[in-house]
Write a protein that binds this ligand. Structure first.
Ligand code: SF4
Ligand code: SF4
Length: 178
């Protein structure tokens, strides 16, 4: 069966970013408890690498948590300008402090400002470096379910080991046949 799903995209035009960090301020403030009670860029789900002397400004969104850092690293040179290792990576990863809640150390991930009509970092970026787009795509519900189960199982296996997960699945399957 097919259904439609909204894909939300934020295009980042790094040539327009001036490093003002308004995006970090509003993101951390929106996610404060209670909402808007404080702001701390270290709690922001978007972080901006800002190096005025090298004319480097790179806004990056917090993505997935990863338990292990990559063995290989990437480094980009764009229009003759060299960016730091992992400069465009979105992972909350053990190799760096980025995208971790400073008090608890828990990973942070962009949620596209759930409940808002438009991401707040986009609204607050007066340099137009962040551009929000939405599109509808048709998805196969069976494929989507398979994908969700795979992601869920993978995370359980990472946490508890494959044998423990396999034992529990076998037990559930036995119980359901009774
Ligand atoms: S879309 Fe919302 S949650 Fe994501 S980085 Fe921007 S302000 Fe933060
Ligand atoms: S608000 Fe826009 S210009 Fe300012 S740091 Fe963020 S992305 Fe860059």
């Amino acid at each position: 069966m097919k259904k439609t799903k909204t894909i939300k995209t934020i295009k980042v035009d790094i040539s327009k970013c001036n490093g003002c960090r308004a995006c970090e301020v509003i993101c951390s403030s929106f996610h404060a408890t209670p909402k808007y009670s404080s702001n701390n860029p270290e709690r922001s789900r978007i972080r901006v690498t800002r190096e005025p002397l090298r004319d480097v400004y790179v806004p990056v969104y917090a993505g997935e948590y990863t338990v292990a850092e990559c063995a290989g690293r990437d480094k980009y040179i764009i229009d003759g300008k060299e960016y730091d290792e992992c400069a465009f990576c979105r992972a909350s990863c053990p190799s760096r402090d980025l995208f971790k809640e400073p008090d608890s150390g828990l990973p942070l991930k962009c949620d596209m400002c759930e409940g808002e009509d438009e991401p707040l970092c986009v609204k607050w970026c007066h340099a137009d470096a962040l551009i929000y787009e939405e599109r509808e795509v048709a998805v196969d519900t069976a494929e989507e379910l398979e994908g969700e189960v795979e992601v869920g199982l993978e995370s359980l296996i990472n946490r508890h080991g494959i044998e423990k997960v396999a034992d529990i699945v076998a037990q559930i399957s036995k119980d359901s046949k009774r």
